[in-house]
Design a protein around this ligand. Structure first.
Ligand SMILES: C[S@@+](CC[C@H](N)C(=O)[O-])C[C@H]1O[C@@H](n2cnc3c(N)ncnc32)[C@H](O)[C@@H]1O
Length: 199
């Protein structure tokens, strides 16, 4: 039987310190992307499955005022709150990504090691939900593992460029979908940087 990757599973990963995905800082591909976003403003930015959310911290410190962090694990949200007490409490959302409301819509969704943490059968639902949450022209930007992690019942789950394209093609124009050049060392050559625009 498949392992249930529910709130209890993720909370236990945090409370037992099994958070190997957490690199402890914003990653270079996302930092470089954020640097070219222009002047900070109130565009709506969603970081789902955000974990300890170093990307939200970075955006908040740069002056972006409408960054929403969603995660099923309160421990993850609490870690951001402890590091950045000034981050708006109302922007910390403990909720399943698939039940997030699409109103008001988002300008930008950030992906990093959330897609690979989901059960594989939810991958096309992920693409559809991202599209539902974005305004037309809104973007899904981030990183997808392009590697094979084997048959472990636990995440991360890998995949291929071609497999991923099929999930996103119905909803998005592909602006960028290629191997990242500036990944953190253990992920070098093993992840795609994606920038997809909602049709
Ligand atoms: C592998 S971690 C990645 C965390 C973060 N993105 C990072 O790069 O450090 C996956 C995160 O997704 C959260 N998560 C898993 N399923 C979720 C769901 N359906 N809705 C919202 N969050 C979820 C987990 O609690 C966990 O924090």
């Amino acid at each position: 039987m498949d392992l249930l990757l529910d709130e209890t599973y993720w909370r236990t990963r945090y409370t037992t310190g099994q958070t190997g995905w957490d690199v402890g800082a914003i990653t270079p591909p996302l930092q470089d992307y954020f640097k070219q976003l222009g002047q900070p403003d109130d565009r709506r930015i969603l970081i789902p499955g955000a974990g300890r959310a170093y990307e939200a911290e970075y955006l908040h410190n740069r002056g972006f005022t409408n960054v929403i962090v969603a995660d099923v694990a309160p421990e993850a949200l609490e870690a951001l709150h402890q590091r950045v007490p000034g981050f708006p409490g109302g922007h910390l959302v403990q909720q399943d990504f698939f039940t997030l409301p699409a109103v008001p819509p988002y300008n930008l969704i950030i992906e990093q090691t959330f897609f690979c943490a989901l059960p594989r059968p939810l991958r096309s639902d992920y693409a559809q939900q991202c599209a539902r949450l974005l305004r037309p022209g809104g973007k899904l930007v981030g990183l997808l593992f392009e590697t094979d992690f084997g048959l472990s019942p636990e995440p991360p789950f890998g995949g291929t460029h071609a497999e991923y394209r099929a999930y996103f093609e119905p909803y998005f124009e592909f602006i960028h979908f290629d191997t990242a050049y500036n990944s953190v060392r253990p992920r070098q050559g093993r992840e795609l940087f994606i920038c997809l625009e909602k049709k």
